[in-house]
Structure formats: C-alpha cells, structure tokens
Design a protein around this ligand. Sequence first.
Ligand code: AMP
Ligand code: MG
Length: 272
Amino acid sequence: MNIIHWSDWRVPDGKPLDLSSLPTLPDPRSEAQNGLWPARMNALAVQLNGLQSMLYACKTRGLLLVLQGMDTAGKDGCIRSVFAHISPLGVRAEAFGVPQALEKRHDFLWRIHAKTPALGEMVIFNRSHYEDVLVPKVQGKINRPLCEERYHHIRHFESLLHDSGVSVVKCYLHISKDEQKKRLQARLDDPLKHWKVQASDFEDRQHWRQYMHAYESALQSTSSDESPWYVVPADSKAYRDLFVAELLVHTLQGLSLTLPSPPLDLAHFKLR
Ligand code: AMP
Ligand code: MG
C-alpha cells in the first residue's frame, strides 16, 4: 500500500529549487486515500518500534533526522507523533536555539557534532546546523562566499557522518504563509500556548520571502544521495507525520539490520 509518494518530494542534487511551486498540501493521490491514513500511521508506528529496537541491538548504524521549517511548521508536533511509540532509551531529540556565548566562539558545527547519534541511536534535530546558513543570511550577517563555504563544510560534515555509519535524512516542513498566520493566531488565542510565543516568530514572518530563498539555496546546495533533503507538504499535520514516518521506516529498512548473535552459548543456561 503506497499512500505517500515521498520520493517525489526529494530535492534533486544541485538543481534549482523553487519552493513556491511545491505544494504545502497533500497531493491528490494521497488525499484520495485519507481514510486509510490513521491505520497506516499505526502500522508504521509498530514497524518503527521494531526497527528502532533492531538499531539499538545492532549498534552498527545510527540515524539522524534533521527537521527544519519556519516557526509553527510543526517540528515539535511531528516529533511527538512519529516517535510516540518508541522506547525513549534509543531515541534522543535535540533542539538548537540562538547560539550562546561559548558556542559563538567555536565553529558553527561544534555544538552540532556533539549531539550527533552514536551507533545504535536515533536522534532528531529540531533545527540544526542549517540555521547558520539561514538566519545570518537573511539578517545580512554573512555574504555569499561565506555562505558557500558553510555549504561546503556542511556537505563534508554530513559525508563524515555517513562514512561513520550514521544515515542522515533531512526534512523541510513546508507550510504556507497563510497556514502560519492561522497557527500563530491560535497561539495568541490560546492561553495554554502563550508560552510558545516569541518575538522572533513575528519578525521572521516579515522576511518570509528571504527565508524561502535562503531555504531554496541551502536545500539545493546540500541535498545528496547520502543525505537527501525532502520538502514535506506540512499544512496538514496528519499527512506530515505520515510522510516522515514512512520515510524513516523506508530508511531504516534500507540499512538491512540483522540481530547480533548472542555473545554466549545459550545452551549452557538451564532454568530450574
Ligand atoms: P524555537 O525553535 O522556535 O524555539 O526558536 C529557536 C530560535 O533560535 C529560532 O528563532 C531560530 O532561528 C534561532 N536559532 C537557532 N539556531 C540559530 C543560529 N545558529 N543562529 C541564529 N539563530 C538561531
Ligand atoms: Mg519559535
């Protein structure tokens, strides 16, 4: 059963990307099957749980999921739903905010590298090293050559992770500006969500176009076979979660994990 055609949303390596031409809503083929989404999500949760246990047992591979997107794109919500049924022992989520004093005195990958998965682990980045080619670019704090240099470092960094056994999957959660307006308004209207409101959400919204251009440049410069970017239509929360779950299951299945053989001869153990 193929509900999500996720491979269609993979960013081609080095080709121009126009986010305004890509949908933020589910494609009609998937939408036509929306009655099947909840059952499919449950089936994926079971599969993901099994695959994560296998990853943890093998300790030969790691998985890094990078989530990027504008404020309210659903990075937190996606983590909550997709990993809801997985043992917290083998999964870690890391969020990256504005760099602190010590972080600013290091290269931009320093704080990121420290949080990457060990073999056997699955790690989700809620924002990432990509903030360093988005925010300073939009704010005019880095020029084009410096930005290109950072793309170069990012490609090598991700290649190092890949060569060390860590699969990197990157999802840009693509919401429309109208959808963001609704979600920001919902935060303003709901006292339980007031704690989430940040001035930067509203400032960044003013620079929507510049952010889209910065994302286009970053995604097309850093999508590769080893660590591809996917543009996830994210105006529908249920579809977004299904997309990411489907992609993770596919990626983990591709690792061909097998359980390690027991370190001891089990025939010795006789229970009385
Ligand atoms: P949030 O994820 O909404 O809690 O907010 C985190 C904030 O930190 C966002 O406004 C990000 O753009 C910002 N941020 C994260 N990493 C960086 C970075 N490397 N440089 C500048 N701002 C950043
Ligand atoms: Mg925010």
